[in-house]
Structure formats: C-alpha cells, structure tokens
Design a protein around this ligand. Sequence first.
Ligand SMILES: NC(=O)c1ccc[n+]([C@@H]2O[C@H](COP(=O)([O-])OP(=O)(O)OC[C@H]3O[C@@H](n4cnc5c(N)ncnc54)[C@H](OP(=O)(O)O)[C@@H]3O)[C@@H](O)[C@H]2O)c1
Length: 235
Amino acid sequence: MVNIKGSTVVVTGGQRGLGKAIVDEFLARGASKVYATARSPKLGDDPRVVSIPLDVTDANSVAALAQAAPDATIVVNNAGTLGDPSLLSSDIEDIRAVFETNYFGPLRVAQAFAPILARNGGGALVDIHSVLSWVSGAGSYGDSKAALWSSTNSLRIELRDQRTLVTGVHLGYTDTDMVKDVDAEKNDPKDVARQIVDGIEVDATEVLADDLTRHFKSALSGPVEALQLRVGSRP
Ligand SMILES: NC(=O)c1ccc[n+]([C@@H]2O[C@H](COP(=O)([O-])OP(=O)(O)OC[C@H]3O[C@@H](n4cnc5c(N)ncnc54)[C@H](OP(=O)(O)O)[C@@H]3O)[C@@H](O)[C@H]2O)c1
C-alpha cells in the first residue's frame, strides 16, 4: 500500500501538460514534496515543489536527478514526445530519437530510482503509456509506447521483491500542447491525473483513463485489423 499523504514524488516533464496536472493532484492529495522536472525549469512559488532540470535522453542528467532526489517514494515517468506518423518515410535516426525519449528515457529513470525506491520502502513507479501502445498507425510514437508498455510489465516483475508498485497508464487524446492541433474530444488532464493517483492508492497495476482506451484494451483479443485509428492519429 503506497501512501500519497506525506509522499515525495518525482514527475518527469512535471511543469506543463499532463505532468503539471499530476503534480497538482499529488499536492492536493497530501504529498509533502514534488520534484517537477523540465529541460529548462522555471521556479515556482509553492515551497513543496522542487523545480529541477531533466533531459531523459541524457544519462548524466538522469543520474543528477536521482542524486538530488534520494527521498523519492513515487516516480512518475510522464515525459514524452511525438514523431512522424509514417515509419516508411521516417529517417531511422528520427525514429531512434523518439525511442530515446519515450522508451530509453523512462528506463534510465527506472534504473536510477529503483535502489532509491527500495531504500525508501518500495513506493511506486508509474509509466505513462498511451492507447497507442495497442493501436497502430502512429509511427515511431506508437512503437515506442508499445515498447514502454512491455518494459513496464517486465519492471513490475523485477521490482516485485523490493515491493515497488508498478503502474502503467493508458490514455487517449488529452488536452495538452501535444495534441493542440488535433480536433477531437479530449480528456481533461486533471481528470487523468486524478485517476492516476486513485490507481496508486489502490495498488492498481493499470489505469485506463477513458472509454477509447478501455475499448481498445478489450479489443486486444480480436483481429489485429481492428486495432487502428485513422492513420495520422497520435494520442
Ligand atoms: N496529450 C495526449 O493526448 C496524450 C495521449 C496519450 C499519452 N500521452 C502521454 O502523456 C505524457 C505527457 O504528455 P503531454 O500530453 O503532457 O505532452 P506535452 O504537453 O507535449 O508535454 C510533454 C512533456 O514531456 C517533457 N519532455 C519531452 N521531451 C523530454 C525530454 N527529452 N526530457 C525530459 N522531458 C521531456 C516536456 O518537458 P519540457 O518542459 O522540458 O518540454 C513536457 O513536460 C507523454 O508521455 C505522452 O506521450 C499524451
């Protein structure tokens, strides 16, 4: 059982978008301290928030974050980026760059914080996936989120003995900069953040934030042709 009240939380990409909503939700639910990262961090006025630099593609940056946050009890891998929706016309280096942020980045963070979470009693590791971990047509973004989903599920096994809860979060379109040009119904980031903290409170291994996501989770046992949005969709 992971306590939210009194917790110390790390949220990667915690200064805007969904990450900022997650920071606010933890604070509202009684977290004592939140490390909120950005590549160019801005100072805030809440003394409970530690503004700290992080580029998840840089191993030294991740190591420095872990050194600065030895009291972490909950780590949220929220940082993520989009890529070109076409695999065939993408440069391999561009695809690799998406994986650096969306797959290797969270894995670096997990490796750096696993011993810290163990020392602090187990705690929780939360990975933000997407409905596109399961749905095709979104190029390197979907590929990287599928890989992250798999990594989360393997880490759950590796972290079991140290009693770390590992929670994977899947969501569709959510109202942030990432999809500002998409004209579609979108989740409120505050609602997604509330569901994430609710999930941690009850030791949930998976949080499915909306009906679209629940639909595609249930469609996984059906034909693969049913697992697609229109090409170019990238929630
Ligand atoms: N919005 C959606 O529709 C949607 C749907 C499904 C899943 N998601 C996932 O939700 C998470 C949050 O996305 P969002 O919607 O809030 O997107 P966003 O508004 O584009 O914000 C992206 C966040 O990721 C951080 N970030 C990007 N590259 C980084 C790097 N190399 N190192 C460290 N931080 C980096 C950014 O931090 P800086 O401040 O440093 O730029 C920013 O906080 C992502 O994992 C995304 O894939 C979003």
